[in-house]
Design a protein around this ligand. Sequence first.
Ligand code: CA
Length: 220
Amino acid sequence: MRILVVEDEPTLATQLAEGIQSVGYVVDVAHNGVDGHFMGESEPYDAIVLDIGLPQMDGITVLKKWRAAGRTLPVLILTARDTWREKVAGIDAGADDYLTKPFHMEELLARLRALIRRAGGHASTELVCGPLTLDTRSSRASVDGTALTLTSHEYRVLAYLMHHPGEIVSRAELTEHIYAQDFDRDSNTVEVFIARLRKKLPPGLIETVRGLGYRLNKAQ
Ligand code: CA
């Protein structure tokens, strides 16, 4: 899962990036509305945390532009204290949730998890596919109740597939969702992560769909 943070306060931007990374997501950060708008429109994020008070282009305008361009991804807005009008404007502009500054990182992470789950049509915090369970709260995966030991990249690949069970996911799509923007990406490495995951998972759980990509087999 790949998250965009648009926040102009450097300290808060760093805290957000570190907090979100600590639960297994990858994060890109934009420090003004113009960069944030561009990144949100051009990169396939799974969710966006958007500050409303931003230089160059305010968050409400950024959000309206994304929605007008048909970007439907979940957006959580950050508003200043005692600015209920901002919340109303943000929700009317298409925000899915909001938090008022200052907030607890745990609350932001819980809201983010919920937004990502709901965007994928999952109501529960635990995603289940046959013998495989992914607990999105603890960022842990298990098979028949036994915890799997996964590297951060293996976890990201598995988590993305678990959020899209039964769907064909291409190598390019996986690559875009497991690396941050500034990372030197190589879609061949996805094959390596899949091969390692298969050794840790029951046979047949990750199918290769020739020429198209991979699919998590729901029928197991
Ligand atoms: Ca701000």
